[in-house]
Design a protein around this ligand. Structure first.
Ligand SMILES: [Zn+2]
Ligand SMILES: [Zn+2]
Length: 283
């Protein structure tokens, strides 16, 4: 069966939208690679939680692994979607609290095949200090084995291929390019426009970027992306599809603010995904 025809992607507020239909293709390229991968946006806010969303976390369900990108408050929802029976990997982009605050919920998970936490050099020390008494149950006392894996910039096989590169942010922040099930997923959060984001995103099946700013808004002192700069990165990278997440909580105050981005930019970016909490897409 042609998997591409099943690629109906829920849009804003999880309603069925026309976004996925733009990708119906008579040649059905998905048949060449029939594995579909589910990507669920668990938390889509930047900075802090609001009624619109939790802080950043994304779940990728590949054939062999469950992979989580960042550990904002969305992390606590991951066990709604996975059995936890696969080896789990958690990638931390950087240590701003909206990307790690959910780590205190690690105690609710069981991960019998272990959890590997990947991050920039220094991750072990920072997270062992944060996931610790008196704040929460320490990493070493979790019911499953946790391994820290500190990555330098560059290419790694952990065992699946991962490329990590520094983005532009007031503190060191990694973007990641993951190769899974024959597909490329790239995650660039908390960054301004930069060459490394384009490099990481090259020919991605799905490029996920932040969208901290509203259209036309700029923040040179503390760089973030607006929809225009996110689309610029996706275009220059020749990414097949772009998903926007990490919407700044103080500027995107309602779901309608995100709907406006969808309506304004989807023509120039077919298949554009404007993420909302609990949205699942298949690629
Ligand atoms: Zn952030
Ligand atoms: Zn940040």
């Amino acid at each position: 069966m042609c998997k591409a025809n099943q690629q109906i992607v829920p849009g804003i507020n999880n309603e069925k939208s026309a976004i996925g239909n733009l990708h119906l293709n008579p040649f059905c390229p998905a048949d060449l690679n029939p594995v579909t991968m589910k990507i669920t946006f668990l938390g889509t806010n930047g900075w802090y939680d609001t009624r619109t969303g939790n802080t950043s976390s994304i779940l990728i369900q590949s054939e062999e692994y469950d992979i989580i990108l960042d550990a904002g408050n969305g992390l606590a929802k991951a066990d709604r979607y996975i059995t936890q029976d696969k080896p789990a990997y958690l990638f931390i982009s950087h240590f701003h609290i909206d990307h790690i605050v959910g780590l205190h919920t690690l105690v609710k998970f069981r991960f019998p095949k272990g959890l590997t936490i990947c991050g920039q050099p220094g991750t072990t020390g920072v997270l062992n200090a944060f996931v610790a008494e008196p704040f929460t149950v320490p990493v070493a006392q979790l019911s499953y084995p946790v391994t820290f894996l500190e990555l330098d910039e560059g290419d790694h096989a952990i065992p699946f291929p991962v490329e990590s590169r520094l983005l532009v942010h007031p503190v060191p922040c990694f973007g990641y390019r993951l190769s899974l099930d024959g597909k490329i997923i790239t995650y660039c959060t908390d960054t301004g426009y930069c060459a490394n984001a384009v490099l990481l995103g090259r020919h991605s099946d799905l490029l996920i970027t932040e969208c901290g700013l509203k259209p036309g808004q700029e923040s040179p002192g503390w760089p973030h992306l607006n929809p225009e700069t996110a689309l610029k990165i996706a275009k220059e990278a020749h990414a097949k599809r772009l998903a926007l997440t990490h919407f700044g909580a103080e500027v995107y105050r309602s779901p309608e603010d995100r709907t406006e981005v969808q309506e304004q930019f989807q023509k120039g970016c077919p298949g554009l995904i404007v993420a909302t909490d609990d949205l699942t897409v298949e690629i």
